[in-house]
Write a new protein. Sequence first.
Length: 253
Amino acid sequence: MPAPDRPQRTTHFGFREVPESAKDDLVAGVFHSVANKYDLMNDLMSLGVHRLWKQFATEASGVRGGFRVLDVAGGTGDLAAKFAVRAGRRGQVVVADINDSMLGVGRERLADRGIAGNVSFVRANAENLPFPEDYFDRVTIAFGLRNVTHIERALASMLRVLKPGGALLVLEFSRPVFPGLNKLYDAYSFNVLPWLGRVVARDADSYRYLAESIRKHPDQETLKTMMQQAGFERVEYHNLSGGIVALHKGYKF
Ligand code: SAM
């Protein structure tokens, strides 16, 4: 008699439940579709505020000359460009992303800005990073963690490649902390974002996914606990824009 089929494990893709094995491809579809308009959309959607969030993360990273930095889910290279300047010629910055289209846009953007030499681009899944153990001084992931299928595996993988004494910084959408902000934020997320996506990137669905994926992502305290359970120490977070975004930082000792 044939063995009964094992029920497939599922996860969320926005508000949809999908087989775990399908999520990477669905997320890839989103970022292939939006890669060319990704930077413009970030500026429009956040009215430029994403630049301040990234500047805050850069300063909190403490990256300095000679550091080895890995920016996971680094996409079009916003953080990598800042780290490349700070790490200098003796330093090394690696952008790792699962998506060729995003990496391609990033590579061109940084080359156009004359940022090369100490930056490389690697296609890799955050859950299984192809780098040596204890190698990087800092690992960052900005607006990427909510897209990975198994957050615990990504945290373990990022911990593995960090040097003892090194730190992980997670910049991600989180839970607004001001009562009253939620309604406004929901109205904006579920109406304005898909509309902007349709008009500018010709893709409303990807921006609906963005709004939904933010709602499914662990809140500040839950992510802090997940980082601690993964083995990070001295984990702290800082709310930005009233908790719309949070920056978590934790160390490997
Ligand atoms: N970090 C960039 C920034 O802040 O502008 C890009 C963020 S973009 C919203 C999310 C990125 O995560 C995309 O480039 C996507 O390809 C990447 N990504 C999604 N799942 C991933 C995974 N499992 N491993 C590595 N990168 C992933």
